[in-house]
Design a protein around this ligand. Structure first.
Ligand SMILES: Nc1ncnc2c1ncn2[C@@H]1O[C@H](COP(=O)(O)OP(=O)(O)OP(=O)(O)O)[C@@H](O)[C@H]1O
Ligand SMILES: [Mg+2]
Length: 305
């Protein structure tokens, strides 16, 4: 809920059931925090510092930018490379998050019997997954501006990439949860039943016209507004393609309706096109789940070094 775990045992139990369904022995996992839970800052430091000196310097810098006591946060940093063209300086990315945000997530995974190796940031994982999904666009997106709209359960994250680099990010509260609630209210079903019906159908005929269509209209409006906001507030005056991601991108007519309204080529994001897929998995199921698995795929690309 809003980036926090409410009901730790329930979450741990759900993760455990999901893990069992995977039928794997792998217990190492990589997790991510939502970008809103992480404070990041790029700073310039002298090149060639010793690790311990660098840590000290990072803490000093962090003290200036982080509105909490350093005891309350987990702090990390990564040297990004030379700063501009001055060989004496390097650019360093500092990231900090409140301890409880990290501890809750680790506890949920450990409660499911898993071992957390890395805590990443969702927006970085999205950036990595973008590189997988963009291969489906003409010229693999080269020289193009691509807007990725991830419509989840409660949040919509919008990221715009130019030449593969994220140049704009924004989030708003909109998601498939609204549709689930409408189904529950209208047909008197439980959340679980509504979720299954969204995927597998079986609702009365009035669903399409009275519930789904109005929801899709708001979805299209949200995307159109994000597009307008981006072109009005940045140096870019157009977007060449829209990649629709998140669970709501799997609604069959969503991409077509977005394209019709925005007049921008729109496709459903699929991070699996360049991967070989276990033949035991059903193609249709993968296609339906693919847009919701962007962050998971981005995290899976990480190395453990
Ligand atoms: N095949 C489908 N058809 C329609 N809706 C779907 C489908 N698959 C998933 N959804 C909906 O997508 C939403 C979940 O999407 P996703 O997994 O991207 O969310 P999330 O990342 O967990 O949530 P958030 O980003 O909001 O915290 C739910 O509302 C779910 O009902
Ligand atoms: Mg999401």
């Amino acid at each position: 809920m809003d980036g926090n775990i409410v009901g730790l045992d329930l979450v741990a139990d759900a993760v455990k059931r999901a893990w069992k369904l995977l039928a794997t022995r792998e217990k190492r996992v990589v997790l991510a925090l939502p970008a809103t839970a992480v404070i990041t800052k790029k700073v310039i430091m002298p090149a060639g510092m010793r690790e311990s000196d660098m840590e000290f310097q990072v803490e000093t810098e962090a003290n200036q930018y982080i509105p909490f006591s350093l005891d309350e946060v987990n702090l990390d940093f990564q040297e990004l490379g030379p700063s501009g063209n001055n060989p004496e300086e390097v650019e360093v990315l500092i990231a900090a998050s409140r301890k409880e945000k990290i501890e809750d997530r680790v506890a949920a995974a450990e409660g499911a019997g898993l071992k957390v190796l890395i805590m990443d940031v969702e927006s970085y994982a999205t950036e990595a997954a973008f590189a997988l999904a963009v291969t489906e666009l003409p010229k693999a997106g080269k020289g193009q501006t691509v807007m990725m709209v991830d419509i989840g359960a409660v949040m919509t994250h919008v990221h715009v990439f130019h030449e593969g680099q994220m140049v704009h990010s924004r989030e708003q509260s909109f998601g498939g949860g609204h549709l689930t609630q409408e189904i529950q209210r209208r047909f008197g079903v439980t959340v679980e039943e509504a979720e299954i019906a969204k995927r597998n159908g079986g609702l009365p005929e009035s669903y399409e016209s009275e519930i789904l269509q109005p929801f899709l209209q708001s979805l299209v409006q949200e995307v159109a507004r994000s597009l307008q906001f981006f072109t009005n507030s940045t140096q870019y005056n157009k977007v060449d393609h829209i990649l629709l991601a998140g669970g709501c991108a799997a609604i069959p007519s969503a991409a077509a309706l977005v394209q019709e309204k925005t007049q921008v080529n729109t496709i459903v994001a699929n991070p699996f096109t360049q991967m070989s897929v276990n033949p035991r998995l059903k193609q249709l199921q993968i296609a339906a789940d693919a847009p919701a698995l962007m962050i998971a795929c981005g995290l899976a690309l990480r190395r453990f070094d």
